[in-house]
Ligand binder design. Structure first.
Ligand code: FES
Ligand code: FE
Length: 442
């Protein structure tokens, strides 16, 4: 079979087989490998702030209950009755001490214990039986800075090992305000007719910004702001994670260069910078006050701190369909004027009806339709997408621009491992070590 990825260091090209976006076989492999043996982002702890809170969520097609028990501990249970498998919780969210199955009315506590079975004495050795029929927890659950991750394989390495350099970046987000961060109630959810990896590529792709978002870019230009990739970088963080950094116009809530944000926002950012410099040091303060970032954590979490701070989760539904869920992360004790500005920028930019997101969705969907043109032709070489931009800099060890495709290449190289296609990567020539440079966050 044709290789999934062809990496050629003599010609400086990197090509991805388009079957990766549309093959049912690959999709099944991803479910069985990536969505089973990798840490997955489940949700944020602050989505279930109080004892007895719960939400239901689907990860890799598996229905789950994400809840906090009466004692305050966070759990992820399979949302499937241990009796005969019925979906146990049929509400999206709420607060409860008990989950009762509608089919035969078995009842479970929110710590997973089986509380009651109708006609329990019809079962032999009732106590032992009950003890074996509690809710099934996802084998692993770990929390980093409020981000709750789960894994369906008990033997995955510790979460922090998987997160690597991404972990510290998440800490930076959490620490940027004295009282920490919290999610706002409410989820934005939409479905896209495109493969989940197209959403990953798009998030790690500064190259598309000017042409795809030309309405927004036109608005900036008319306002006297020149869009360039100067001081904008893409980092391959390893383990499939990536980071895009846009510097020189930061401001956590908004991009300060935008004409719609006035003096107040500038003053607020400077005050915030002074406070952070004292508390976290100059470098951190600079990262928060002067930069915008897009962080991708392999395989299903995106953090956009570009015009607000959005958490996005990708849920692959079919080779050509992805559900996207988004939440807003905000400082706990933000002043109302800043909060109002934040929400305005979120809705008008990264929200599903904003200036940026509909353009991006059109891009995923147009790729998914367009790649049908080269499927199964008699010339298999045609059926590859190109991600070569910036490879020459990788060889020289120069940090890639945000318009380069180095972060994407890092994602794809890790994907090959994660999906268990050991022979899926064909490398020609000598691969330089420089592409795993990462970034010093301290
Ligand atoms: Fe849930 Fe029978 S399937 S009680
Ligand atoms: Fe975009």
């Amino acid at each position: 079979p044709a290789p999934m990825i062809v990496e050629d260091w003599d010609r400086l090209t990197f090509r991805v087989n388009r079957e990766a976006y549309r093959s049912a076989e690959i999709f099944t492999r991803e479910r069985g490998w990536v969505w089973t043996h990798t840490w997955l982002y489940l949700g944020h702890e602050t989505e279930i702030p109080n004892p007895n809170d719960f939400k239901v969520r689907t990860l890799g097609g598996r229905p789950l209950i994400f809840c906090r028990d009466t004692a305050g501990e966070v759990h992820a249970f399979l949302n499937s009755c241990p009796h005969r498998g019925t979906v146990l919780c049929r509400e999206n969210e709420g607060s409860t001490r008990l989950f009762q199955c509608f089919y035969h009315a078995w009842t479970f506590r929110n710590n997973g214990d089986l509380a009651a079975i109708p006609d329990a004495d019809a079962y032999e050795s009732t106590d032992e039986f009950k003890a074996s029929m509690g809710l099934r927890g996802v084998p692993r659950l770990e929390i980093h800075e409020g981000y709750v991750f789960v894994a369906f394989d008990p033997d995955v390495p510790p979460l922090l090992e998987h997160l690597g350099d991404a972990a510290d970046y998440m800490t930076m987000i959490e620490q940027q305000h004295v009282g920490g961060m919290t999610t706002l109630p409410g989820t934005q959810q939409y479905s896209v007719r495109g493969n989940w990896k197209l959403a990953v590529e798009n998030a790690m792709d500064g190259y598309h910004f000017a042409p795809t978002h030309n309405t927004f870019v036109g608005y900036l230009r008319e306002s006297g702001f020149a869009v360039t990739d100067d001081n904008q970088y893409a980092y391959n963080l390893g383990n499939g994670h990536g980071l895009l950094v846009l510097t020189g116009h930061g401001g956590r809530i908004s991009m300060l260069w935008e004409p719609r944000f006035g003096e107040d926002e500038r003053v607020r950012t400077e005050q915030h910078r002074a406070e952070m410099t004292e508390r976290l040091g100059e470098k951190r303060a600079h990262y928060v006050a002067d930069e915008s970032h897009i962080l991708f954590v392999f395989p299903n979490l995106l953090l956009f701190d570009i015009e607000g701070l959005s958490i996005r989760q990708l849920e692959p539904v079919a080779p050509d369909q992805t559900d996207v869920r988004a939440w807003q992360l905000v400082p706990r004790d933000e002043d109302p004027a800043a909060r109002a500005l934040r929400m305005k920028t979120v809705v008008s930019f990264v929200g599903p009806g904003g200036l940026a997101t509909p353009d991006d969705i059109e891009a995923y969907e147009a790729v998914q339709r367009g790649i049908q043109a080269t499927a199964g032709t008699a010339v298999p070489e045609l059926d590859y997408s190109d991600m070569s931009r910036g490879m020459a800099d990788e060889v020289k060890g120069v940090q890639g621009r945000s318009t380069d495709e180095g972060a994407m290449r890092g994602f794809w190289r890790h994907w090959i491992d994660a999906v268990g296609l050991d022979d899926g990567l064909q490398v020609h020539g000598e691969r330089p070590a420089s592409f795993l440079a990462g970034r010093d966050m301290r």
